[in-house]
Design a protein around this ligand. Structure first.
Ligand SMILES: Nc1nc2c(ncn2[C@@H]2O[C@H](COP(=O)(O)OP(=O)(O)OP(=O)(O)O)[C@@H](O)[C@H]2O)c(=O)[nH]1
Ligand SMILES: [Mg+2]
Length: 433
């Protein structure tokens, strides 16, 4: 049994075709002008969110995607053919991480949203571009750029308004089957549900998406019982519907269950315990249910509890109305908590800028690079706005990260050309993305 919602892929975009060196050969003009054509562009690899896709199953069997190279230029100044980009359709809610640093490089959370994951190389220019008065017959042309290459992890997180959470066999799937057209598997053994099932719940004039999730057990936040796999789906639910087996049909105490699940939600990194939660006391048809519920209410007098018997569809309507009303107020959750340090979002394709950092000792660092020096030349250091733009550009180019990596600390002195400034490490406030 595999739980398919995550897969790794090797991607390589097409290389640009080379520009070529060629000269016109005409009958009475053996030394005609340069006529080497440009290389075509290589194909890029683009991921696009598509509502018609619901799993990453197809990608699971594709370990590698290699896009086509652009053709080399031709004689008579003819272009080599550029290649069409490759589009990979994935379900809405897919995120893509760069395996080399764990960065989220795309969050495809809307239908039609796309991201260039590996950029195809540009074709090189043929020698006819390089002719000049001084050199009317240039003997050189440019090579095509290499296509980008990446190893990525493609991950699908469920997008749902309401997520059913609770121990195995408490009746989560039964609940979903009663309130939607979804037909989840229902059985009296634990872990019947292994992959999340979605159902659309219609209430009065509105509707919302409810996710039936696999059951959790004690230790889930440490990975027990596929806990991590299961818990991460809850991250994308706006409201948690916490289902309890009030009838103790498996011999467990629902009050203890309630505490354990909340503890697991709290220990899993994602602030799941802060999510709005409603409690459903299920299996109220069983003998012990009334007594358990009484104890529950005594212990948690402020918690709103809905009594249900899902197998006969009893007590569910008030739950649905309450959810409908709450959903009007609860905002959708951002996929990644911006406070999470190691998951910076980079949505745009950005070519890393070239620069070098020299640690000159005694807390002195020097940054050198063409683009940086150009920016430097354009900056008026007496003008605050201009200075701010300069520092933002440096931050965008990740100069600060690179400095940090070289050991630069708060208060160290950094030089660009002959301009020196103090390094102020404000990583925590970095909000340029
Ligand atoms: N007596 C009684 N049994 C119920 C009720 N709701 C569900 N059940 C039974 O409880 C068992 C488990 O139900 P499921 O809906 O599969 O439970 P689940 O929470 O989805 O379980 P997992 O998928 O394993 O996490 C089934 O045998 C259901 O028929 C109820 O209100 N009363
Ligand atoms: Mg189930």
């Amino acid at each position: 049994m595999q739980f398919i919602d995550k897969t790794s892929l090797k991607l390589k975009a097409g290389n640009g075709g080379n520009g070529i060196v060629a000269f016109k050969r005409e009958k009475y003009n053996p030394l005609g002008g340069p006529s080497g054509g440009d290389g075509g562009n290589g194909s890029s690899i683009i991921f696009i969110a598509d509502t018609n896709k619901s799993t990453l199953l197809e990608l699971r069997y594709t370990k590698q995607i290699r896009a086509k190279d652009g053709e080399n230029g031709k004689t008579n100044s003819m272009y080599g053919q550029s290649q069409a980009d490759i589009y990979i359709k994935v379900p809405v809610g897919t995120i893509i991480k760069d395996n080399s640093n764990g960065e989220v490089i795309a969050d495809l959370d809307e239908d039609g949203k796309e991201a260039v994951i590996c950029k195809g190389g540009k074709g090189g220019r043929g020698n006819h571009h390089f002719a000049s008065g001084r050199n009317p017959a240039p003997e050189y042309a440019k090579l095509g750029e290499a296509g980008e290459e990446k190893e990525v992890t493609v991950e699908l997180k469920l997008l749902a308004d309401v997520g059913l959470v609770g121990f195995p066999s408490v009746g989560k799937s039964t609940l979903l089957s009663m309130v939607s057209k979804a037909k989840p598997e229902i059985a009296d053994y634990p872990f019947t549900t292994l992959t999340p099932q979605l159902g659309i719940v219609k209430v009065a004039d509105s509707s919302f998406v409810m996710a039936d999730l696999p059951g959790l057990i004690e230790g889930a936040s440490q990975g027990k019982g596929l806990g991590h796999e299961f818990l991460k789906h809850i991250e994308r639910c706006r409201i948690i519907l916490h289902v309890l087996d009030m009838g103790s049909s498996e011999g467990r105490d629902p009050l203890l269950d309630y505490e354990i699940i909340n503890k697991e939600l709290k220990e899993y990194p994602g602030n799941l315990d802060k999510r709005l939660q409603l409690v459903v006391a299920n299996k109220m048809d069983l003998d012990e249910a009334a007594e358990n519920l009484k104890r529950f209410k005594e212990k948690y007098p402020d918690i709103e509890v809905f009594e249900t018997t899902t197998i006969i569809n009893e007590g569910l309507e008030p739950v649905l109305y309450r959810l409908k009303d709450l959903l009007k107020e609860v905002p959708p959750f951002p996929l990644y908590d911006s406070n999470k340090q190691n998951e910076k979002k980079v949505y745009r394709y950005e070519k890393p800028e070239e620069f070098q950092i020299f640690n000159e000792g005694n807390g002195i660092f020097r940054v050198e690079g063409e683009r940086i020096e150009r920016l430097f030349a354009q900056t008026d250091f007496h003008d605050d706005d201009s200075l701010l733009r300069f520092s933002r550009s440096l931050s965008k180019m990740k100069v600060d990260e690179a400095l940090r990596a070289k050991g630069c600390k708060n208060g160290d002195r950094v030089y660009i050309k002959d301009y020196g400034f103090d390094f102020v490490d404000d990583d925590e406030e970095d909000d340029y993305y």
